[in-house]
Design a protein around this ligand. Sequence first.
Ligand SMILES: *[C@@H]1O[C@H](CO)[C@@H](O)[C@H](O)[C@H]1NC(C)=O
Ligand SMILES: *[C@@H]1O[C@H](CO)[C@@H](O)[C@H](O)[C@H]1NC(C)=O
Ligand SMILES: *[C@@H]1O[C@H](CO)[C@@H](O)[C@H](O)[C@H]1NC(C)=O
Ligand SMILES: *[C@@H]1O[C@H](CO)[C@@H](O)[C@H](O)[C@H]1NC(C)=O
Ligand SMILES: *[C@@H]1O[C@H](CO)[C@@H](O)[C@H](O)[C@H]1NC(C)=O
Length: 496
Amino acid sequence: MIIVLLDGGPMAVRVMLLSWMTTFLLLPTCLSATPPYFPNLGVFFGGSSEAFNFTDFEIFNYTQTLDHFTFRPRSGLTFQQRYAVNSRYWGGANSSSPIFVHTGGEAPLFAGISTTGFFTDNAPHFRALLVYIEHRYYGESVPFGSREEAYRNSTTLGYFNSAQALADYVELITYLKRTLSAENCPVIAAGGSYAGLLAAWLRLKYPHIVYGALASSAPILYFDDTTPIDGYYLIATNDYRQISENCFGVIKQSWSEIDRIATLPNGLNILSTKFMTCSVLGKAVELKAYLKQIYTISAQYDYPPHYPVQQICSAIDGAPQDSDILGKIFAAVVAIKGKRPCYDVFESYFPPSVLDGWTWQACSEMVFPLYCDAKKTMFEESHIDLQGFSEFCRKAFGATPRPHWIATEFGGHGMKSVLQKFGSNIIFSNGLRDPYSSGGVLQNISDSIVAVYTEQGAHCLDLFPSSPDAPEWLISQRMAEVKIIEGWLQHYYAMD
Ligand SMILES: *[C@@H]1O[C@H](CO)[C@@H](O)[C@H](O)[C@H]1NC(C)=O
Ligand SMILES: *[C@@H]1O[C@H](CO)[C@@H](O)[C@H](O)[C@H]1NC(C)=O
Ligand SMILES: *[C@@H]1O[C@H](CO)[C@@H](O)[C@H](O)[C@H]1NC(C)=O
Ligand SMILES: *[C@@H]1O[C@H](CO)[C@@H](O)[C@H](O)[C@H]1NC(C)=O
Ligand SMILES: *[C@@H]1O[C@H](CO)[C@@H](O)[C@H](O)[C@H]1NC(C)=O
């Protein structure tokens, strides 16, 4: 993989990141359609999350401990952690009504809450208290007084990891239960993607605090070498191939065509004109990374009713007869991004603050290696270059990734047997069109560690607010999840 080396500074880091993204960094987030961030992506969400009603959520701060695990001079420093509470439906402490806690992932509070429709929709039924907690170092929950200071280098970023985040959640939950005299109320955690991992890990690590977890699209088996590392791109490819063999073929051929043109005299200018790029391309890889991101993100978020993969393939298949390969590919770009004066190949689907945070996480412990086999997929071959990636991380942050740590800390190898013998009360939900489902739990492991998936679903879809046009299979998935949680709670109350 080629690294685009530029002078220092955060923009340079982001540009370098583009080329790494396709082998390591694809953010597993549940994208939210909160308007300031992804105005052009409304198509992915069918407007359902835009309709999220924040009215009943009250925002608070909790004075959180910087370092839960050591007693060094700085450990006792604190920061303000933001959280939101909706008590409209809560049955109260006297009836031991449940507390539903959404573990924040790599998103600011409001973007995060708008992906929590499942709990909100079902809160009246369960008479549940709803809590959403922002993850440290994202949004406003930033230590050291300012974002700039907190993100300076590994001296301050060092407190930014999943173990600290889980400890934040249990400290805050304990505080809330005490404050509300709700010690007897069962806590159910939920989250999607990275936040789904956190929800599952909370249940596994802190069973005395969290009674059950809904982990949506959580690639809990994607760490270390617990899952075949080409799973992600194989699923992404099949998403396209299922729609149209021609679409698959055109995309597959386009990479060498881009390379061929790039090597012509004036080739990068020709490509820039063809794709109406906002600035002249410096390297072909800039365009290729941009396209690869469009294809994979569209597969990840292939949601009804707009189905972006379908849109891409319709554009490719429906391009005028005389279009060449790249003309067809450009038609797909326009179908997804809309008609624009120009297309910025450095544009990311994620706001810079989220990208910076996730880059740190990927450079420390969230190492998802994504190998891509050109023979089996529609993508170019990409090899995992851990050494080059480590070099990038040392330059960017002064940190070296620890690719084996997550599997060591939370389990990875033999995870199914561990879950069966020691775990309980976790729903692993997935949509099989989501490339990350390749690292998900897709079989029922015990009576209470269950997999609820849909063939047609995509990343975190079950967590979004219900909408009138939701397809039948999605409604049944959500109903199955409600029934399972009801079962856990019945069991909980029967033990009192
Ligand atoms: C949002 O919820 C509040 C209170 O539950 C309600 O009064 C209001 O009409 C809702 N707004 C929308 C746009 O649905
Ligand atoms: C929470 O703390 C932050 C940072 O100190 C502050 O800017 C914000 O106004 C506080 N929010 C609330 C709801 O108290
Ligand atoms: C809850 O129970 C306590 C003790 O029995 C009682 O004092 C209190 O009024 C009850 N609260 C509600 C909201 O019913
Ligand atoms: C981080 O930045 C601070 C302030 O510039 C500096 O004192 C410290 O040595 C740096 N730490 C690392 C690990 O680079
Ligand atoms: C696992 O069990 C649940 C609850 O009984 C059920 O809804 C679900 O379909 C099962 N999943 C699989 C993959 O068999």
